[in-house]
Ligand binder design. Sequence first.
Ligand SMILES: Cc1ncc(COP(=O)(O)O)c(C=O)c1O
Length: 393
Amino acid sequence: MSEEGYLKRKNDIFTKATHGGFDPEQESTWPLVPSIAVTTSFEQIEPGEHRHFIYTRLKNPTRQVLEKCLAELDNAKYSLCYSSGLGATTAIASILSAGDHIIAGDEMYGGTARLFKEVFGKFKVETTIVDTRDTKNIENAIKSNTKLVWVETPTNPLLKVVDIAKVADIVHKHKDIILVVDNSFMTPYFQQPLNLGADVSMHSLSKYMNGHIDVVMGAISTNDFDLYEKLRYNQHAMGLSPSPFDCYQVNRSLKTLPLRMEHHMKSSIALAKFLEKQPKIEKVIHPGLPSHPQHDLIKKQCFGTSGMISFYIKGGLKETKLFIKSLKLIKFAPSFGGYTTTLLVPSLMTHTTLPEKVKLEYGITDNLIRMTVGFESVDDLIADVSQALEIIK
Ligand SMILES: Cc1ncc(COP(=O)(O)O)c(C=O)c1O
């Protein structure tokens, strides 16, 4: 499946999504669907002797099913789940010490930038921001105290693509630096950062992975045992664990991940092609379009692209607001990766922490709209966009 010319996949990801992490014989009643273990605590044998589980913050059967499924999808030995995507990022940053240095992509999610700079900055962890598309920028930013390189690809909201394998080569010339890829935009269905040399694949599970707009959760996957052990310890120590019910929901959603991602890709490319032809649209950005400057790179490192489109409407904030207000079907809301099509204005919503000058430099202007394409019929989406564009003078 997926479009021509992309990296070829082994289709075992469909089987991994379906069966990963669970076998009916794991439970005494042999259910096809794993149970939700809502218990906080587990009966022990005698003082000092316990069975597999003790207390849900440490380990929980439902969470374990999900973590195993995620590890399979990510082609990883280990996965850990957290109470949010930022919880997962907090966990990764928590293994750093005062005096350590982070290099991060200039268009990373605003919440990640705030966490690194404002929260971990207070603990004397320094962050340098670079355009990670040019690997020389990363090479030049590395210092003797650099411990973490953080990459998001495609970036948010301008969907710039970073060459993960090239970044990994540079990072791994230095023994103590780990490369983390925030894979929330792509999911393991379209992009496998660990296969490309990253040390950690990080997910906001709140997005495509869950896809039903009803859970906030995060996760990491890795093949590095020492790193996993440090993260596992901190997961317990810091109390960043998710609820068993949320784990159940995400695990259920993963069964349809491949089907959903195929649909997101197909519909978003059709809508992006339509938008490209509209005279009231200045520019359309979708890594799956041949007009994207890094279309070849995305084909080289990914199995396809997800359902994200960014586009500039002709005009400014007035036209953007009028367009959004005129939409009847497409909802105006933050986040992405759900079954409904939504859009947002990054300059006023996700990237408010950036100084005005920097936003302009990046091209995050008030006429930039980021859209996440869901499962409505493409014809209905096109009709909705068309009538809203008609209203703009
Ligand atoms: C790319 C990206 N990474 C991480 C996060 C944080 O995830 P969460 O909202 O689950 O904490 C977000 C949230 O929007 C995001 O867009």
